[in-house]
Ligand binder design. Structure first.
Ligand code: GLU
Length: 452
């Protein structure tokens, strides 16, 4: 007998944005299918027409694309498969596995203005069902408690469990990897499988994703959608890497995994049963690891993408600025924040300030400070434009700086160049600004000290 091809599925209900939990489910299904040379099916479970929205579908598709998670078949839409479900429903009624039940409208029916008096119920054989979960081992349920549950409102209006089971059967699903909240759905779905003669897939229920306070992660804990992380400037590779670690670990010290490595190393049996805590600081750390690895030219491009005003700078300055910025950030969004905070202002226009900002701890006098700056100007004038960089500048002025006192000299120098309380060190600033602009700004500062 030939081995059955592994087929996993990613079946989101398009009733919300692609959130972290859903992205992890998609990822694990993707990895599992890839490592078994199988396929992943993608379908929208949109039987709930009220809550299913086009914008959520678009968001889910875009998020998958951005994350680099591809599927082999689909997307399918359950809303377009009514005839298929109808065929199964009619057969189930015919064979006695389901029956049309006359009943009074429920409260919900009344509220929604439905006057129906019939639904289709599953004829529950009331039995004990045991299934093996690849993560949790054997799980047993007594289905008696489920009573004769409703599987469709009419043959043209299938409900969720029926549609899932029919789809998984028709699409050849061999492995159902989904969130822990799917466990309680499993006995109903197994009963329906048995009724339609479907083989039972393997199950793996992933641990819940918890917030730091150990409650289920939700919107009130902050960002939960893939879109939000994308907008904050996380890289897809980093998010993938971090999601893989939510509930799974390789059993080694390794924490950074490319998607290819994950496909090689991931073992479904190594997924934990207990909830996985989502820790954004850890995600930031992972993101920083990936950001560091981006080649300089690419980083420079990202710099101007995330701080568009920097686009007016010349390429040389941008290339020098890039590593300074990248060593400070964990997410690309921080670049935009730096721009908003005016951290790059000194590169775009000459700083304006009053003379007292130049005085070291407010203690050095204007005359003394003007004297320090005059000396620095004098020394810097001697450096040729070609060799004017942070190392030559530092070397040239260091003896003088040490002889007077670092704060006394470096503070006014740095302030004159940046006009900011916090900025890169003065040597870096001289390199970024170049000889001419450096001298202009130092002269300006000295002049306002003298004129004061
Ligand atoms: N449609 C369900 C959801 O979006 C998933 C169902 C399943 O995996 O069986 O949560």
């Amino acid at each position: 007998m030939s081995a059955t091809k592994v087929i996993t599925r990613f079946p989101p209900s398009p009733t919300g944005f692609m959130h972290i939990g859903r992205a992890r489910t998609a990822l694990f299904n993707y990895i599992f299918s890839k490592q078994n040379k199988g396929e992943m099916v993608f379908r929208f479970e949109d039987t709930d027409t009220e809550r299913s929205k086009k914008e959520f579908q678009t968001d889910i598709i875009e998020s998958l694309q951005w994350l680099g998670i591809s599927y082999d078949t689909g997307p399918f839409w359950q809303s377009q498969r009514t005839d298929i479900y109808k065929k199964y429903l009619l057969k189930m009624i015919d064979t006695g596995f389901a029956y049309v039940s006359k009943e009074d409208p429920t409260e919900a029916d009344k509220i929604e203005g439905r006057t129906r008096t019939e639904v289709i119920r599953f004829k529950n054989p009331n039995k004990i069902i045991t299934f093996t979960d690849l993560i949790r081992g054997e799980i047993t349920f007594d289905t008696t408690d489920l009573k004769d549950f409703i599987i469709a409102r009419s043959v043209n209006e299938p409900l969720y469990h029926l549609a899932v089971v029919v789809d998984d059967f028709e699409m050849g699903t061999t492995h159902i990897i989904r969130g822990e909240d799917g466990i309680s759905n499993t006995p109903r779905q197994i009963l329906i499988q048995e009724a339609i003669g479907a083989t039972r897939p393997m199950y793996a229920h992933l641990p819940l994703i918890l917030a730091k306070d150990k409650s289920k992660l939700s919107g009130r804990h902050g960002a939960v959608s893939v879109k939000e992380y994308r907008e904050k400037g996380y890289l897809p590779e980093a998010l993938i890497n971090y999601l893989a670690l939510l509930g799974w670990n390789p059993g080694t010290e390794q924490e950074i995994f490319s998607l290819d490595e994950l496909i090689r190393e991931f073992k479904i049996e190594r997924i934990n049963k207990s909830g996985a805590i989502f820790n954004e600081e850890k995600l930031q750390w992972v993101n920083k690891e990936y950001i560091k690895k981006i080649p300089l030219a690419e980083q420079t491009k990202l710099l101007t993408q995330w701080a568009p005003k920097l686009d007016s700078l010349d390429v040389n300055t941008l290339v020098k600025l890039t590593p300074l910025v990248f060593e400070r950030i964990s997410t690309l969004g921080e670049i935009s924040q730096m721009e908003k905070d005016g951290d790059f202002s000194y590169l775009q226009s000459t700083p304006s300030y009053t003379f007292d900002a130049l005085l070291w701890k407010g203690k050095a006098t204007p005359e003394e400070t003007a004297g320090y700056l005059s000396k620095i100007i004098e020394i810097l004038c001697l450096i040729s434009e070609k060799t004017f960089d942070k190392n030559t500048v530092k070397e040239a002025i260091w003896t003088y700086v040490e002889s007077v006192g670092r704060g006394q000299v470096l503070w006014p120098m740095r302030y004159a160049l940046s006009g900011l309380e916090k900025s890169p060190d003065p040597f870096i600033l001289t390199e970024l600004l170049g000889k001419k602009e450096t001298l202009n700004r130092l002269n300006y500062a000295r002049d306002i000290l003298i004129k004061k």
